[in-house]
Write a protein that binds this ligand. Structure first.
Ligand code: ADP
Length: 270
């Protein structure tokens, strides 16, 4: 864990004097190691669906005279392509939000509208598990942002809430004014919760508490990393509260732009 230096020695004149330049390489080496890990992870994540697809293509060829088997393999191929598409899509989004450049074309965005849109995109998945999606809190709170990225971030949170909850439970999105300068949107579920030991790491790229479960629910392992970077890019942050076996609350905190209507619309407790 020591520090790394590049040392350059240059002779100065003819009197035996030398100039010693030491450059601290520790940070450079750390960034390089993170980049290498990321590339290795991406390759691994891509290999799995691509390998499955080529195997399924081979198998379906050999089963040409069994229409039922062909249908089954075709459906598996469809699942693997969706997985591949989701992964590529998330990688593109992550590349967009994790860089240093500011986001172009920010505009006033209503948080209640972002929340409603994010929820609509999860309705099908929630319906399949009979999970009730509820929305509440304040209407009319505005932030300056990129509406599509904010919807993506909130959709990732609602998507996870549904994926990691049992059937017949409830997921609530609530928007509120946290203090004079900030708004918060929280997503609360009654799901499996997250062990304390994992809480610190879940926002890392490809970190999963239970890799088998994440893959089974179609997760790419990038959802929360995207949420974190979208929050940072908007001058905000994301936090999590969770208890194993009872549920989790993820909260996105963003700088408030304006509040046109302030009264609460509905009390929102899960
Ligand atoms: P994934 O695609 O695996 O869901 P994410 O980055 O979205 O990746 O989440 C990282 C991990 O955090 C998940 O694999 C899961 O273990 C855990 N997690 C995220 N949201 C929840 C939640 N609402 N309830 C329980 N665990 C969660």
């Amino acid at each position: 864990d020591g520090r790394w230096f590049a040392v350059r020695v240059a002779p100065l004149g003819t009197h035996g004097l030398v100039l010693v330049l030491a450059e601290d390489l520790t940070e450079m080496r750390r960034v390089e190691a993170i980049r290498r890990d990321f590339v290795a992870n991406v390759s691994h994540e891509l290999k799995t669906p691509v390998g499955a697809l080529s195997l399924l293509a081979e198998t379906v060829e050999g089963a040409a005279d069994d229409p039922e088997a062909v249908r089954r393999f075709a459906s598996r191929m469809q699942q693997e392509s969706v997985r591949l598409t989701n992964l590529v899509h998330d990688l593109i989004t992550l590349a967009r939000v994790q860089g240093d450049e500011p986001l172009p074309q920010l505009k006033p965005v209503r948080l209640d509208e972002v929340a409603a849109e994010a929820m609509d995109r999860c309705r099908l998945k929630a319906g399949a598990k009979n999970i009730e999606l509820a929305i509440g809190g304040c209407d009319g709170l505005e932030v300056r942002g990129d509406d599509e990225l904010l919807v993506t971030a909130l959709r990732n949170l609602v998507d996870n809430a549904v994926a990691y909850s049992p059937e017949n439970t409830r997921v609530v999105i609530a928007t509120r004014r946290a203090d004079p300068g900030h708004v918060e949107v929280s997503v609360t579920d009654q799901g499996i919760g997250i062990p304390d030991a994992d809480l610190e790491r879940i926002f890392e790229r490809f970190y999963r508490v239970d890799p088998a479960r994440s893959r089974q629910t179609g997760g790419t392992g990038l959802g929360l990393a995207i949420v974190k970077h979208v929050a940072t890019k908007h001058g905000g942050e994301v936090s999590v509260w969770s208890r194993e076996g009872s549920g989790s609350t993820f909260t996105l905190r963003l700088p408030l732009l304006s509040a046109s209507v302030k009264e609460p619309v509905q009390e929102a407790t899960p």
